[in-house]
Design a protein around this ligand. Structure first.
Ligand code: HEM
Length: 453
């Protein structure tokens, strides 16, 4: 593909994007671009929309660590998303700060320590439930089952014991439906809300379901004892920017944002893991050995997560190769210069962990799956922004420790109980997150008879 280098920005025209996309899809194009650009800033010409793609760790540091004031959220993606997630934790400014402080402390290491038993019990219950529902040789849909497993853990963590599991799953489905119906609003940010677009009606319907499910739970929690360790309680006990308690709407927005940020990304990480393991049986073998050694034949325990070091390395490598949040958008408030490249005020700057994780100057043989990259001694000395599946800077993921703990136990427990094999090899598809382009079928064969009673 011909590219045009002007100064230190690599310009890629719409014609080149379209030609590149037809050869292997948008992700093949992005991969090619990242290899060719070696971390140079790329300016995509998508008609009137001309975002900068930024991937070099030093450039990321400029935006996320040095110049955060100049690069708030505010790109089209965030504006459309705001219709669903409001302007608390998913926004910026004082309301975001209040939510961020509450959630950061609610999900701190202390939280994992105090809720470890419950998380481990939820994982065990999820795996038991899956085993009970297996029917002979019939494969299961990894998307459905991993999402269900994630909701098992999220439900008590977010809601305490207030929400039946079935309602939690309905809420998750409604939020996912609302999110996908926003695609047109994201693609056409200039269209006023008064002008109808496809997806609007589905969005309103899904949003009503979200309100109908969530508001009664929030109301009951407000009237209840307020001494739980769940996130609704933390939000209700916290104070807003004005020092007053958060309103029901603010709490509801934050819970929806937590679902958007946390549920699908965790499920997708697990789905890609099974795909990768089918391609790397030697990694699967080592994972199984570790799971057997740490869990034995018993249920997962909170203290197991820390000992499952190889499992954590494998998960870190899955999140490098398949970075779920593949692009994170910001908007430049004032004119800026990044490493000699002029960024005019108002420009959208797309930070792409996906690209950063594949830069050949930063990662040796970046396209190969090598969990050993995350051995302790090899992590030292790496640029702090070479690896950012959870973002960086002021908006860095508040659920990072929670999700690593949760998925580590889920993987170990599943490996301990089943031979797991993915039946197909999907490719990544452009979506809000890095999704497989078709459902991943999983064959789960129990490794020993199920304990009953
Ligand atoms: C594999 C799973 C996950 C991935 C890959 C992931 C990734 C990310 C990334 C890249 C960001 C930064 C967005 C930005 O810079 O604008 C982020 C923010 C966030 N994540 Fe996660 N996340 C995951 C799981 C979770 C979970 C389980 C929770 C909640 C329990 C969560 C809660 C949040 C919240 C609330 C924010 C916004 C923080 C802020 O703006 O201050 N995430 N996440």
């Amino acid at each position: 593909m011909a590219t045009d280098v002007s100064g230190r920005v690599r310009a890629v025209s719409l014609r080149q994007v379209l030609a590149g996309s037809s050869r292997g899809g948008p992700f093949a194009l992005i991969d090619r671009l990242s290899r060719q650009s070696r971390g140079e800033i790329i300016r995509l010409g998508l008609g009137p929309f001309r975002p900068f793609l930024v991937s070099h760790p030093e450039h990321l540091a400029h935006v996320l660590r040095g110049g955060e004031e100049n690069y708030p959220r505010g790109a089209a993606m965030w504006k459309a998303l705001g219709r669903l997630t409001g302007d608390g934790i998913a926004g910026q400014g004082p309301r975001w700060l209040a939510s961020r402080d509450i959630l950061r402390s609610a999900l701190s290491a202390k939280y994992l320590h105090e809720n470890g038993e419950q998380i481990a019990a939820s994982v065990a219950a999820g795996v038991e439930d899956l085993e009970r529902r297996l029917s002979g040789d019939r494969p299961v849909d990894a998307g459905v089952e991993m999402t269900r497993m994630v909701y098992r853990v999220i439900n008590p963590a977010f809601f305490g014991s207030r929400f039946p599991q079935h309602d939690c799953e309905r809420l998750g489905a409604a939020i996912a439906a609302a999110l996908s119906s926003l695609v047109w609003r994201m693609a056409l940010p200039g269209v006023p809300h008064a002008v109808p677009l496809p997806g609007d009606r589905a969005f309103r319907r899904a949003n009503r379901t979200v309100d109908d499910l969530l508001h009664p739970v929030i109301g009951a929690a407000r009237r209840g004892s307020r001494d739980g360790r769940d996130l609704i309680t933390a939000l209700l006990n916290g104070a807003g920017a004005d020092g007053e308690p958060l309103s029901d709407d603010h709490v509801s927005d934050d819970i929806v944002a937590l679902f958007v940020a946390g549920a699908q990304s965790s499920s997708l990480t697990l789905q890609w893991l099974w795909v990768v393991l089918s391609e790397h049986p030697e990694v699967a073998g080592r994972l199984r050995e570790e799971a057997d050694e740490v869990l034995g034949q018993g249920p997962p325990r909170p203290e197991h997560a820390r000992r499952l070091t190889y499992t954590q390395m494998v998960l870190s490598e899955v999140m490098r190769v398949y970075s779920m949040a593949w692009a994170v958008a910001r908007v430049a408030v004032a004119d800026d210069v990044i490493d000699g490249v002029e960024i005019p005020a108002g420009s959208t700057v797309v930070l792409s962990p996906y690209l950063t994780h594949r830069l050949p100057d930063v990662w040796q043989r970046p396209l190969e799956f090598m969990p050993e990259r995350f051995a302790k001694e090899r992590v030292r000395g790496r640029h702090p922004l070479a690896y950012l599946p959870f973002g960086a800077g002021r908006h860095q993921c508040v659920g990072q420790a929670f999700v690593m703990h949760e998925v580590t136990l889920i993987v170990a427990c599943l490996m301990n109980r089943f031979e797991v094999r993915a039946l197909n090899r999907p490719r990544p598809r452009l979506g809000m997150m890095l999704e497989p382009d078709r459902p991943v079928g999983l064959k789960l064969t129990p490794r020993r008879p199920r304990a009953t009673g």
